[in-house]
Design a protein around this ligand. Structure first.
Ligand code: TXA
Ligand code: MG
Length: 345
């Protein structure tokens, strides 16, 4: 298969719109940027298109897909049993980086929900994503556009790395804004439960419902997590370890490890902030941004993990990004990428 590549400008051309529409209607896959990460899309009512996503990503079939729509009316058409707080969440955070899990109507096929009777739904806030949904006129299912287990793609180059000539169409939208996937909220209970932390934070949701819970803190016996959260994720090829503690200790520890690794012939990498990036020698050091600029830091995490791969780094040390408003989202992704390897100094 030869992938057709389009830009945002191309989406104004009728022939391109027709190509996108026909491709999706006939069960093809189209990758497009959203404000969080790139998504690999299929027509929600094409079993062939949905199966194609699972196959090309290598995604386990019990991991449900998020349905992307443009209007609140669509949400009401496909879901039932809204608690009053759902309307508030919608008003406050859509379009935006939030997915709401609701009881589905029977017209929503179970092949997109991994057999569940709920569906994750989201109204994205990105011109290209919205345009694609408009062109097709039906919900588009789109998981993050990465081979299963790899860091989500936030740059066009990374989409190409994973999917060139494996999908029909890729739309180049440059770098995505947020860089971490949407907050997933289970809204089927009396209170919202955060299944996956993101940039719509617990504190923001608390304004709407004071009893908001995090699934990681619940007794897991009766409340399911997002099925996707049980799989290893975001994993770079190098071994990633998070180092947490006072700055002085963290710097000393990482520098000592870099020395040890060098004598063993191993290449080290460091993920840190701008303020301390000159504190390391003989390693590939990547700053995610200024400590005070959390947006910048979040937007650079996944691309940095991929750069570490490209540079064949054997062991990666990351400082803990456990302060500020995105701490839950950042630490969730980092811990998964590190297979929970964290050293407390
Ligand atoms: O920002 C995003 O959410 C991106 C962009 C492309 O929209 N999409 C994305 O999709 O991250 P994906 O498939 O990589 O992650 C969706 C997560 C998974 O952990 C999945 O298990 C969970 O949402 N999820 C989806 N539907 C669910 C449902 N009905 N019940 C529980 N969890 C659900
Ligand atoms: Mg994903």
């Amino acid at each position: 298969m030869k992938t057709r590549i389009y830009t945002e400008q191309d989406l104004e051309i009728k022939a391109v719109q027709d190509d996108i529409k026909k491709t999706l209607q006939h069960g093809g896959n189209v990758i497009f940027p959203t404000e969080t990460v790139y998504g690999i899309g299929a027509y929600a009512f094409s079993e062939k298109g949905i199966k194609g996503i699972y196959k090309v990503k290598g995604r386990p079939s019990d991991n449900p897909l998020i349905m992307h729509v443009n209007h609140v009316d669509d949400v009401l058409n496909y879901t039932i049993d809204h608690k009053p707080y759902v309307d508030e969440l919608i008003k406050r955070f859509w379009p935006g980086p939030m997915t709401i899990v609701l009881k589905k109507k029977s017209i929503v096929p179970t092949y997109i929900t991994g057999g569940l009777d709920t569906v994750g739904i989201r109204i994205p806030n990105h011109l290209i994503a919205r345009k694609v949904i408009d062109i097709v006129g039906v919900p588009i299912c789109a998981p993050s556009a990465n081979i299963s287990g790899r860091p989500s793609a936030t740059l066009f180059e990374h989409v190409i790395e994973d999917f060139k000539d494996k999908v029909d169409i890729i739309i180049d939208g440059g770098k995505t804004n947020a860089g971490l996937e949407s907050t997933v909220i289970d809204a089927t209970h009396e209170y919202p439960i955060i299944l996956r932390p993101g940039m719509i934070t617990k504190e923001m949701i608390k304004d709407i419902h004071k009893d908001v819970k995090e699934s990681s803190l619940l007794d897991q016996s009766d409340i399911p997590k997002a099925p996707g959260m049980k799989y290893r994720h975001y994993a770079p090829k190098g071994d990633l370890v998070i180092i947490e503690g006072s700055l002085e200790k963290v710097l000393a520890y990482i520098n000592q490890k870099i020395d040890e690794n060098r004598s063993l012939g191993l290449k080290s990498g460091v993920i840190c902030t701008m303020e301390i990036k000159d504190s390391f020698k003989d390693a590939l050091v990547i700053s995610l941004g200024n400590m005070s600029n959390e947006e910048e830091i979040a937007s650079n995490l996944f691309s940095t993990l991929r750069t570490m791969d490209k540079e064949n780094v054997d062991i990666i040390y990351s400082i803990a990004f456990d302060k500020g408003k995105y701490k839950d989202a950042m630490m969730n992704r980092l811990l998964k990428a590190a297979n929970n390897q964290i050293i407390h100094l």
